[in-house]
Design a protein around this ligand. Structure first.
Ligand SMILES: [Zn+2]
Length: 260
C-alpha cells in the first residue's frame, strides 16, 4: 500500500489534482476481518480487495480510498480474530465516507467488495442512498460475480470460504502470508434448494449468514474452510487476479461514459 494511488499517501493538494485528473473517480476497497481457515490470514477479504483496487487504479489513473477492514461477519465469530460490525452501522460509516469524498468533488465511486455475498446487501442499500441523496454514480464490484467469465482451467470448484479460489488469489498477491501446508479440504455438498455460487445456473443468491451452531460444525471439521484449498495454484491466482483487474478497468470506463 505504498503506491501513489492510495489516498492516504498523498497531500491534500495532490488529492485535489488527482480528483480532477480522474474525473472524480475513486475505488473503495471493502472487506472483512474474519477467520479464513488454518492457512489464510484473517485480513484476507480486505487484502484481496486492496490488490485488485491498487492494480486497476494504476492502470486507469484513479485513486483508492483507505480500505474498510471490517464487514458483517456474525457467522465467523466462532473462531478467533473475527471482528463483526452490525450492517446498520456499516451503512452509516460507508455513507459518511462517500459523503466526505463527494464534498471534495469525487462523484464516481466503485465499492470493491472482498467479503463476497455477505457484504452485498448493505452495500446495495448504501449505494442507493448515495445515488439518491448525493446524485453520484456508484458501482459495486464483486469479484465472485465479476469473474463468471474467467477461464477456469485449474479445476477449481465453487465459491466457499478460504477455498481454492481465495487461496490461489492470496497465494499470488501475498505469498508470504499464505500457509498452504496447513490447508484443510472440506468438499462442498450440493444443497437441494438454496445454493449460492455465481457460476452455477441455479444460484439462488438469497443467502442468510449461518448460525453459530452451523458454523461450529464447520470450525470443527475443517478449521473454518469450505471448499478444497488443495486445488489452489499460484499461477491460477495470477490469472484470476489479472482477469479481475481488467474487469475493474472496464467498470471504471463504464462510469466515465456520460451516456449511461
Ligand atoms: Zn474470504
Amino acid at each position: 500500500m505504498e503506491k501513489e494511488v492510495w489516498l492516504q499517501n498523498l497531500t491534500w493538494q495532490e488529492v485535489k489534482q488527482k480528483t480532477t485528473q480522474s474525473k472524480g473517480t475513486i475505488i473503495l476497497p471493502i472487506g472483512s476481518t474474519e477467520q479464513h481457515g488454518y492457512h489464510l490470514p484473517v485480513g484476507t477479504d480486505t487484502m484481496v480487495a486492496n490488490s485488485i483496487a491498487e492494480d486497476a487504479a494504476v492502470k486507469a489513473g484513479v485513486l483508492v480510498a483507505p480500505p474498510l477492514w471490517f464487514g458483517w461477519s456474525p457467522h465467523h465469530m466462532v473462531l478467533p480474530g473475527t471482528i463483526t460490525i452490525r450492517p446498520e452501522l456499516l451503512i452509516e460509516i460507508l455513507f459518511d465516507i462517500i459523503q466526505s469524498l463527494h464534498r471534495h468533488q469525487f462523484n464516481r465511486f466503485i465499492l470493491l467488495n472482498g467479503h463476497r455475498i455477505v457484504n452485498i446487501s448493505w452495500l446495495q442499500i448504501t449505494a442507493e442512498r448515495a445515488k439518491r441523496e448525493l446524485g453520484v454514480k456508484v458501482a459495486i464490484f464483486d469479484p465472485a460475480y465479476m469473474s463468471k467469465k474467467f477461464d477456469n482451467q485449474f479445476g477449481w470448484g465453487e465459491v466457499g470460504h478460504a477455498e481454492e479460489i481465495e487461496s490461489s488469489h492470496m497465494w499470488h498477491c501475498y505469498p508470504n502470508l499464505v500457509k498452504m501446508d496447513r490447508a484443510q479440504d472440506n468438499p462442498h455438498h450440493h444443497r437441494r434448494i438454496y445454493h449460492v455460487d455465481p457460476k452455477y445456473a441455479g444460484d439462488t443468491l438469497s443467502y442468510v449468514p449461518s448460525s453459530s451452531s452451523e458454523m461450529k460444525v464447520l470450525a470443527k471439521k475443517s478449521g473454518g474452510t469450505a471448499g478444497e484449498p488443495s486445488k489452489a495454484s499460484r499461477e491460477g491466482g495470477q490469472k484470476y487476479h489479472e482477469h479481475l483487474v481488467k474487469r475493474l478497468v472496464e467498470v471504471i470506463a463504464f462510469l466515465w461514459d456520460e451516456t449511461v
